[in-house]
Design a protein around this ligand. Sequence first.
Ligand code: PEP
Length: 245
Amino acid sequence: MFIAGNWKMNGTIEQARTLARQLANQLPTGAPTTALFPPAPHLSAVLAEVAESPIFVGGQDCSPHVQGAHTGDISAGMLADIGARGVIIGHSERRTNHGETDAEIHAKVSAAMRTGIGVILCVGETREQREAGEAEAVVRAQLAAGLPDPLSGNAVTVAYEPVWAIGTGKVATRDDISTMHRMIRAWLRAHQPPLAETFILYGGSVKAANADDVFAADEVGGALVGGASLKADDFLGIITAAMNA
Ligand code: PEP
């Protein structure tokens, strides 16, 4: 299992340090792979707090470019340089708020892979797309367009995050999660053999109270957690649920 906390654009540096310290100190022995994705200005502080723990740290986005005139952007190489070991790419908030296209996401995944850091590629349908019966086709298209082909190396994790479940308190049903995750697994086996057995995370309003149910769905290899990753007890509750799954 793999549990990732996406802190989004929340908190002060002191809050980030405190949360990272609490998680590093309280992470249970035998916990699944655990990763934190703080806002970029907090990366170094969080890296320092978790340095003695197995927790790894990543960025919430990276540029498709290596360097140059890209004001405000952060390259995958810069993330790697400060000790980040992963990056979230294609989160629905970036697709929506920044108009990120699948082509840009593809370029970002390629850029991250060239630096050797791990990628969490987010895919997922909107409410309208689900209601129109297009959910699986949308996710298949996002996988096909977002992943470099052929993929060299295997450090990509896929996160299925139905857009309508993110930050809304609405979790997809266990059946819907199972159906989508089985489809993603079959697609990866057929089209990206290096990723055939990679973790497929579920994301969308996962909390300690519903984590058991989410982890019981087919082919769920962990969770990408937003809101519930901002409090140590809540996030540790999800980690404990993963250990018991
Ligand atoms: C996310 O941002 O990836 C996410 C799943 O958020 P939340 O857990 O708050 O729905």
